[in-house]
Each structure stands twice: as C-alpha cells, then as structure tokens.
Design a protein around this ligand. Sequence first.
Ligand SMILES: NC(=O)c1ccc[n+]([C@@H]2O[C@H](COP(=O)([O-])OP(=O)(O)OC[C@H]3O[C@@H](n4cnc5c(N)ncnc54)[C@H](OP(=O)(O)O)[C@@H]3O)[C@@H](O)[C@H]2O)c1
Length: 320
Amino acid sequence: MMCTPFSAASLPDLTGRIYLITGGNAGIGYETVYALASKGATVYLCARSESKATTAITSLREKLQNPNAPIHYLHMDHMDLSTVAAGVNTFLTKESALHGLILNAGIMCTPWDESTDGYESHWQTNYLSHYLLTYLLLPTIQATALRCEPGVVRIVELTSGAWQMSKGPGIWFDQIALADHEPFDRYCQSKLANLLHIKELQKKVGPKSGTPERGEVWVAAVHPGLVETGLSANFATTSIVGRTLLRLGMGAPPEKGALGSLFAIASNDFKREWSGSYMVPTAKKGWTWRWANDKALQEKLWKWTEDQLRWKGFLGHLVV
Ligand SMILES: NC(=O)c1ccc[n+]([C@@H]2O[C@H](COP(=O)([O-])OP(=O)(O)OC[C@H]3O[C@@H](n4cnc5c(N)ncnc54)[C@H](OP(=O)(O)O)[C@@H]3O)[C@@H](O)[C@H]2O)c1
C-alpha cells in the first residue's frame, strides 16, 4: 500500500495552541516555527541573540504574510542556566498553558568552551539546558495535558544518529566534559543524553499502557537526518565524511529537516504507541540499541542531572 509522505501542510489547525522552541531563529528551528505559525499556533521562539531573533521573526511574519503573527521572542542563552530559568519565568507571566515543547537548539564540533555554570559547551547547550527547561515547564505542560484530549500535549527533543557513535560507557559521568576527547565525541555524548532524557520522560509523563488518558504527555526524540544548516556547515569543516556528504548534495534543506519535529509535535498521524520513541527521517519510528535502551542509564542520567541542577540552585522541590 502506498503511503502519502508526511508534509507540513497536513498538520491540523493549531489555532489556540502554544508552542515553545529553542534555537528557533535558524535552521531546522526556524522552519519548525514557520510551519507551526502557518497553522495558527502561537510560538515562543527562544534564542540567545535578540537581534537574530528579531530578524527571524520579521522574516517569518513576511513569509506568513501576517505582520501580527503571534511569534514571540524569549531570551535564553544555553551557556548560562540562569537565562533559561529567567526565560521560563517570563513565559509563565504571559501564559498558563503549553501544548508543545521543542528542544531543538544545538551546537556541533565547536571549539572547546565552558559555560558560565562550569560545564562543557556541547553538554550544556545540547542537553543540560534542555533538561532544566523541561523540568521547570513540566508542571505547566502536565496541567495543560489535563485540560486537553490525550495526544495534544507533547515534547520533542532533537537528537542525532550520532548518538550511536558515542564511546565507552555512553555517558562518562566521571569526566562529563570529555576534555581529552575529540569535539565530535562530545557532540555524540550530548545527543545520546537527549535520547536518554526522552526515554526517561516517557516513563515519568508519557502514556501508560491501556486507554488514552488526559494528563498524559507524548514525547519523542527526533533525528532530522543530514540537513544543510549552520550546524552541518561546522560538520563539513571538521569532518571528511560531513564534507563529502554535503558536497554530494546529500544534505536536506531545512524545511525538509523540520518535518520530523513537526510530525512528532503536532501531527494527528503520530501514534500514541510511538511516544518515547526515536524517530528518523522522515516521520518514521527508528530503532534503538545499547546505551539508549539501558533503563538504569536513563534513570542514572536523570538523577545525576537533577542532583547537579539542585546543587547549583536551579531546582526547588521534586515536580515529577
Ligand atoms: N543539521 C543536521 O544535519 C542535524 C543532524 C542531526 C541533528 N541535528 C540537530 O538539530 C538541531 C537543530 O540544528 P540545526 O541543524 O538547525 O542547526 P543551526 O542551524 O546551527 O541552529 C542551531 C540553533 O541553536 C541555537 N543555539 C546554539 N547555541 C545556543 C546557545 N548557547 N543558546 C541558545 N541557542 C543556541 C542557534 O542559535 P545562534 O543562531 O545564535 O547560533 C540556532 O538557533 C540540533 O539539536 C542538532 O543537533 C541537526
């Protein structure tokens, strides 16, 4: 039987729904914002640079031919956890519902750097900030899910097929910065952490077996494929494989790269039993193995991160 490929046009009307996305000013994130807003959603576009965010919002409104499209800038620099917490506070002064959270911002193979909070940049930008953001928004997400039909409220986290190229224990708790490793190893570890985070979220807030219930939150980890963005440009300068693939024109345009996120966050065709899954291009359930399926590792990473963030003063009491 022939299946019609998923397209952003097939998304339902999203009027009245509120989405929040990190790294919404460029690449896959920008196209995700465009598609959600074109279906009537209100979108909070998180970015570290106000000027980049403002430029992106202006261009999105032009593309949408709607100068009043409800796309709002929220300042968040993942290299400074206090801005993530402050961004959540700002959001909560404006909204009491959140239908979709898209954890999209990322860096790859950037030179060694440490965050304001003392963590290696891939670890904090790609994973740690997203954990904090999710944790702080979960009460609102779960409250929204109680007021909606099951499946409306979702969380999507961008991972990468690169998680499979992680080394050793997968997550190196005893040297989380991977200071003596290649930048690509640091990227792989952070992307494995994204996947483990979604698997643990599935256990905590995802649908349980049986009948769909209000309050359940559908979650997915999405690998967008090789997509031509600022991120892959970096891949091309640091990796022969990346350079070759991109030269061969094997990178998809960002609007195609956004399809996996869009499918998982808002499509009516995303199935409840796929919640907690690893999704691969385009809009298909992928398979996980090794570290990704290690339930003890999923729990250990959650607990490790929670402890770190509590110790740093970013978490109050347990919310899940
Ligand atoms: N492109 C691919 O082939 C590919 C493959 C697998 C997975 N992915 C994943 O897809 C996601 C999106 O990547 P992309 O390809 O769209 O890359 P991109 O075009 O480089 O966009 C990355 C976004 O993350 C933001 N960001 C980076 N550092 C940040 C920080 N400290 N604070 C806040 N925002 C920050 C960037 O903001 P600035 O504009 O300010 O830098 C930008 O908006 C990433 O999670 C990536 O790992 C991409």
